[in-house]
Design a protein around this ligand. Sequence first.
Ligand code: NAG
Ligand code: NAG
Ligand code: NAG
Ligand code: NAG
Ligand code: NAG
Ligand code: NAG
Ligand code: NAG
Ligand code: NAG
Length: 411
Amino acid sequence: MQVIFLSVALLLSTSISQGAPLASSGGSVPSAGDKPTTSTASSPHASGVISSNTTAPGSNTTAPGGNTTASIGNLTAPAGNGSTSMWVGGNNYYAYALPAQERYALLDGMKASGMKVLRTWVSGAAAGQKGSDNIDVPDLEANGIGRYDDTILTAIDQLMVDAHDRGIKLLIGMYDQNVLKANDTYGKTYTPQGFYTNPAAMTAFSNRIKYILTTHQNKLVGNQPWSALSSYIFGLEAQNEPMIFLPQSFQEQNWGWICNASQMIRSNVADKNIVILSGGNDAKESVQPLFLESSCPVDVVSIHDYDSDFSTWMPDAITQAKTAGKRLLVEEWGSLVGSDRETQLASNIKALASIGVPWLYWEYITNKDPGQSDDFEIEVNGTDWSVVANAAAAASTATNGVFDFSDALAL
Ligand SMILES: *[C@@H]1O[C@H](CO)[C@@H](O)[C@H](O)[C@H]1NC(C)=O
Ligand SMILES: *[C@@H]1O[C@H](CO)[C@@H](O)[C@H](O)[C@H]1NC(C)=O
Ligand SMILES: *[C@@H]1O[C@H](CO)[C@@H](O)[C@H](O)[C@H]1NC(C)=O
Ligand SMILES: *[C@@H]1O[C@H](CO)[C@@H](O)[C@H](O)[C@H]1NC(C)=O
Ligand SMILES: *[C@@H]1O[C@H](CO)[C@@H](O)[C@H](O)[C@H]1NC(C)=O
Ligand SMILES: *[C@@H]1O[C@H](CO)[C@@H](O)[C@H](O)[C@H]1NC(C)=O
Ligand SMILES: *[C@@H]1O[C@H](CO)[C@@H](O)[C@H](O)[C@H]1NC(C)=O
Ligand SMILES: *[C@@H]1O[C@H](CO)[C@@H](O)[C@H](O)[C@H]1NC(C)=O
C-alpha cells in the first residue's frame, strides 16, 4: 500500500493515490492510509449489493482452456488452467503491535476460514493505526542507522509463533517505502531517492537485513535466527513497494535494486523454502521482465493491484512467469468501502480464482473500520468478512492453482 500526502498526490501523474501518514511518535514512523486509485472501485455507488452467496452474472462461464468450475463460497467461478492447491491470506502491517487478544482475533479469524499467510513488515508503527489500539513500536533503526533496537523484531517473534500455532505463516518485509518517503532515518540520511543509489545506503541496508535475519534470535523458538525459521516464515522481501513514489524513469533505471536487495536476503537465508518476493508495484508494473531472469534472486513476483483488472493482463504474466520458472502472488488487492463493495469484492475474487493465483487481501483489521481514506479495510468477523472468508474456504479445496507454493507453505 502506498501512503502519501494528498497534496503530493495531486502533483503525481501516476494512477496511484493515497492516504495521509500519521504523525509519528517515539521514533516510530507513519504508516497507514494507503490507497491506490481504483478505476472500478471508485465508480459511483450502486443502489444495492448482492449477498455473498448470490451467483454473479457470468459465473457459469468457463475460462479459456478451462472446463471445470471452482466454488467461492456460494459463488461459482471459471477455473484456471492449473492443477495445484489454491490458498489465500491477508495483510496487516502493524499486526505485531496489536494487544494479544486482538492479535489472536486476527489469527483466529484467518484460521477459521482457512487462510494461510499474513503479510507484515519491519518498519515500526505509531499507536492507533486504523483506529486500533496497537501500541507504538519503533523501527529497528529509529535511533539511527546501525543502532538496532530489537523491540519490533521481538514483537514479530511473538506474532510468528502465534500465527504458527494456527497454521499460518508470515510474509515479512525488511522495510517499507512509505516510511522512507516520509523521511525516516534512512530518508534523512541518504534522501529517499539516494536510498536506492548511494553505495553507503546499500551497505547500511545490507547490514539491516543481516541483522534481522541472522543476528537477532527468536527466544520463543530456541534462540534461532529468522533465517532458520522456514516453518514460521513463508517468504521475505526487501521492501514494501520499492521506489513506487519515485518517477517512472527512476524506477526503470533501478529495477536492479530489487534484485540486488533480494540477493542480500538470499545471502543470509540458505533455506529455499523461504521464498524471496519483489515487494510489489502498481498493477502490471509489478511484473518487470528483469525479475523473471534467472540472475535475479526473486522467486515470487509480488503483484499489488487495486484496479480490478486482473483478467486483462495476468494470463500473459502467468505464461511468462511459468516459462521463467518463477511464481506470481497477488500480494495486495482491495475493494473500497462504498462503490457497491460487496459486488466488487465478489467479482475480484472470482477473477482471481479463475486465474488460479493466490492472493492476500489489503487488509484485515480487528476493530470497527474507522472509514479513513483508502478505505479497503475489512474487520475480522465484521462487514464483508464473510466474503473473503468464504473465498478462503473455497480456495482451500480448489486445485486449479497455476503455481505450486507447497514449499513455502509447509509448516
Ligand atoms: C450458501 O448458500 C446456502 C443456501 O444455498 C446458505 O445456507 C449458506 O449460508 C450460504 N453460504 C454462505 C457462506 O453464504
Ligand atoms: C444466501 O445466504 C443467506 C444467509 O446468509 C440465506 O438467507 C439465503 O437464503 C441465501 N440465498 C441463497 C440463494 O442461497
Ligand atoms: C448460465 O448459462 C446459461 C446457459 O449457457 C445461460 O442461459 C445463463 O444466462 C447463464 N447464467 C449466467 C448467470 O450467466
Ligand atoms: C476437461 O477436459 C479434458 C480434455 O478435454 C478432459 O479430459 C477432462 O475430462 C475434462 N474435465 C472435466 C471435469 O470436464
Ligand atoms: C470470528 O469467527 C470465528 C468463526 O466463527 C470464531 O472462531 C472467532 O472466535 C470469531 N472471532 C471473534 C473475534 O469474534
Ligand atoms: C524529506 O526531506 C527532504 C529534504 O531532505 C525534503 O525535500 C522533503 O520534502 C522531505 N519529505 C517529506 C515527506 O517530509
Ligand atoms: C546491482 O548490483 C550490481 C553489481 O554490484 C551493480 O553493478 C548494479 O549497479 C546494481 N544495480 C542497482 C540498480 O543498484
Ligand atoms: C488457459 O490457457 C489458455 C491457452 O493455453 C489461455 O488462452 C487462457 O488465457 C488460460 N486461462 C487462464 C485463466 O489463464
